[in-house]
Design a protein around this ligand. Structure first.
Ligand SMILES: Nc1ncnc2c1ncn2[C@@H]1O[C@H](COP(=O)(O)OP(=O)(O)O)[C@@H](O)[C@H]1O
Ligand SMILES: [Mg+2]
Length: 269
């Protein structure tokens, strides 16, 4: 069994986040009123960064779980583990977040097994409880506890779509790509490459995103533009950085790749 990828952050420095609308205020209102939040949008557009930023801003510990297809309810709630001959109950990340009154962030929640929704439901309605079947406990979530989940609608097969009975328990915020000027500022700040040198990369990203749906499943993420700019800032020739950072990650098809390279040459020169 794959272990749950789980990171805990508490009282971190404020991770940089450039807002694109009212998402920060919306998130804060949701937290103050004990409403769970669903973040939807393409990969690499800032969902995880946004949660890290808001957790730090609100002074809340953040438990992040990268969901995968082996992830079970017990991975989130906890289990009895053998410790020197004794079996000892060990809280999972969701249970810890509930006990501490922090944020539990389930990244790519649709990847998780179906039984996960069973533990989420009583936490996401006005009961706000986490029943721990194995220990017989029933934890009442403190006011500061918040459940945040993310998913990528572009990516889902019908089988993996989030069920209405689950999704209708969340306030949902849609994430998209940043406006060009904002993306230039973000990429420049993250990579250290001056804005004037980032500008053509963001222009190229815009052109490649316009091809989405035709030959490409997904457009270039801001993350990839940051990678590309980081390579250039480190001294990689632009053409090599664009190929490795913005073209190769998008496709394995040689015809599609050739077409993307044509676009890159037209934009970057
Ligand atoms: N609005 C934003 N503000 C700051 N950085 C951003 C923003 N959007 C994207 N990024 C950059 O893109 C990277 C990927 O974002 P991430 O939050 O991991 O995406 P997602 O969780 O949506 O897949 C971040 O590490 C950051 O460098
Ligand atoms: Mg993410």
């Amino acid at each position: 069994m794959k272990p749950a990828l789980h990171t805990v952050t508490s009282a971190p420095a404020l991770p940089a986040y450039v807002a694109t609308g009212n998402e920060c205020a919306l998130f804060e209102h949701a937290w103050r009123h004990q409403l769970p939040v669903l973040l939807k949008g393409p990969t690499g557009c800032g969902k995880t960064r946004f949660v890290a930023h808001m957790a730090a801003r609100l002074g809340l510990p953040l438990h992040t779980v990268a969901c995968h297809d082996d992830l079970t309810a017990a991975d989130l709630t906890g289990r009895y583990l053998l410790k020197g001959g004794d079996t000892v109950w060990t809280d999972g990340p969701l249970t810890r977040a509930v006990r501490e009154g922090g944020i539990c962030y389930l990244d790519e929640v649709v990847e998780a097994r179906k039984d996960v929704t069973v533990v989420l439901h009583p936490l996401t309605d006005d009961r706000r409880i986490l029943p721990l079947e194995r220990t017989g406990e029933e934890l009442a979530a403190p006011k500061s506890f918040m459940l945040v989940v993310s998913y990528n609608p572009g990516y889902q097969t019908l089988l993996k779509a989030l069920k209405p009975s689950t999704r209708q328990r969340f306030v949902a915020i849609e994430f998209g790509f940043l406006a060009p000027e904002q993306e230039i500022a973000v990429v420049s700040a993250e990579s250290g490459l001056p804005p004037d040198r980032v500008r053509p990369l963001v222009a190229l990203a815009g052109r490649l995103r316009a091809l989405r749906g035709h030959d490409l499943e997904e457009g270039v993420s801001t993350r990839l533009v940051v990678y590309c700019a980081t390579l250039i800032a480190a001294g990689t020739p632009i053409a090599d950085a664009v190929l490795a950072g913005m073209i190769e990650p998008l496709t394995d098809d040689s015809d599609v790749k050739a077409a993307l390279l044509d676009v890159a040459r037209a934009v970057i020169g």
